[in-house]
Design a protein around this ligand. Structure first.
Ligand code: GAP
Length: 432
């Protein structure tokens, strides 16, 4: 098995990620997140939100709708431009993204060379809103969260005490009918984005663009991602999206190669200009200094929750040998680990006092687990596999000395600490 296959297997085995509707054969490119996956996603969102706050810039949050009016996607350019080149093999009927394959060669599935012409495939999911079925009822599931930020820009600005430059941030679902969803959570059909649109004066873009690239890069090192596995890559002119004047990707070295994790784009005033033209509403702002109106420019930072989830898994996944025994361990930063600590009585007989300690810590709001069944070695292995940084064990001596043993996930070293010091110990690990 390659590393990605091992990660997919671990995700299922331990309840991070399941294939959607698996008992019915699954829905390709769509996933359900299990108990640990849900916690990890929540931690990712919280870490991102925190990173936005700690930049100490004026940034407001928005929760836009998932369904978007046809007119909005027409204005944004998505109905015309948001497509991928598609090609079919007429022999085996498989579909491919034309830019993923070499059309001079035979089909990798059936070995025949029987390609259709390349045509553009619309990536937005179209639907009908209400009972009418004419063109006025066409709507789309949003393929990015950004557009609701642009169309609400004026409302946000006029109902809150902010001035240019400021940002609007949003986390939420996005949908794309990807031709070939692949590499597990890397390219999905239903996924989640975390986007921040920074509105500034045209001549401020050169100042803010590098500032945001740096802030976003710092976010990943702060999450504990290995520095050498992150790099910046500027887009060439030919690969820029229809809205972008400049884009820098933050790439990660996945097991399948260097790929985009986050994109930082100079969107100019493309979006606000388009929405202004199409809606007939003035989206310009007045500059008190120059006494002139202008359409703000936008620097966008956009990353997928699920793609970052996969990044963190790839980065944390480790196989090592401890005391002659092989183990798999997820070396998550304690900040994003789904479970912060596990409480394990050495044997079931000692469950009661350990359970009491566990409940005291859980009541203080820490995401912790209590596990009393199976050998303590097996329980350690499970906690290693789900990335729990600390295991506290209550043994026969604990009754006498009021201490527990704490085991470090990465080194497996153990030390004895007083029961009173448990919370302090967890806190210290979380602030690493
Ligand atoms: N608003 C700009 C925008 O949506 P994008 O490069 O298409 O730009 C931004 O997407 C980020 O969203 C990507 O860097 C990636 O992290 C995530 N993303 C995009 N498509 C995805 C997909 N099909 N599955 C998972 N994540 C995806």
């Amino acid at each position: 098995m390659n590393q990605l296959d091992k990660i997919v297997a671990l995700c299922k085995r331990r309840g991070f990620v399941y294939q959607s509707a698996e008992i019915y054969g699954g829905l390709n490119g769509v996933y359900d997140f299990g108990p640990l996956g849900t916690l990890l996603k929540k931690n990712i969102r919280e870490a991102w939100t925190q990173s936005i706050f700690t930049t100490q810039q004026p940034i407001l949050f928005l929760e836009g709708s998932l369904l978007g009016a046809h007119a909005m996607w027409e204005a944004s350019g998505h109905t015309q431009n948001f497509s991928d080149p598609l090609v079919d093999c007429t022999n085996c009927k498989r579909r491919f993204r034309a830019d993923d394959i070499d059309l001079e060669k035979v089909c990798s599935v059936c070995g025949k060379k029987a390609w259709t012409d390349v045509r553009q495939f619309q990536l937005m999911f179209q639907t009908q809103v209400g009972a009418a079925t004419d063109s006025s009822s066409i709507a789309y599931l949003r393929p990015e969260t950004a557009q609701s930020i642009f169309v609400q820009f004026k409302n946000v600005m006029s109902t809150n005490r902010v001035k240019i430059p400021f940002g609007i941030a949003q986390t939420g679902k996005a949908f794309r009918n990807e031709i070939t969803p692949k590499q597990f959570l890397f390219r999905m059909r239903e996924f989640e984005q975390m986007e921040m649109e920074w509105f500034c004066k045209p001549d401020q873009v050169d100042e803010f663009f590098p500032l945001w690239v740096k802030a976003r890069e710092n976010f990943y090192t702060h999450l504990g991602i290995i520095k050498d596995k992150i790099m910046l890559r500027e887009h060439g002119k030919g690969e820029l999206s229809h809205y972008s004047a400049r884009t820098t990707d933050i790439e990660y070295e996945f097991p399948f190669g260097w790929k985009e994790l986050e994109g930082i784009a100079d969107r100019g005033n493309f979006d606000l200009t388009q929405h202004s033209k199409h809606s007939g509403k003035d989206l310009a702002v007045y500059d008190d200094e120059t006494k002139q109106s202008y359409i703000p420019h936008v620097v966008e930072c956009s990353v997928g929750v699920d793609r970052l989830f996969l990044t963190l898994l790839c980065d944390a996944y480790t196989e090592d040998t401890i005391g002659g025994e092989e183990r798999t361990v997820l070396k998550f930063s304690p900040k994003i680990a789904p479970i912060k600590a596990a409480f394990l009585p050495l044997i079931k007989k000692l469950s009661e006092p350990m359970s009491k300690i566990y409940k005291d810590i859980a009541a203080k709001g820490y995401m912790v687990e209590f596990d009393e069944s199976g050998s303590v070695g097996k329980r350690y292995r499970r906690q290693d596999e789900i990335g729990t940084p600390l295991c506290f064990t209550y043994d026969f001596e604990s009754v006498e000395d009021n201490c527990v043993t704490v085991r470090n996930r990465d080194t497996t070293k153990q030390e004895r600490i007083s029961i009173e010091k448990i919370e302090e110990y967890i806190q210290a690990s979380l602030s690493q």
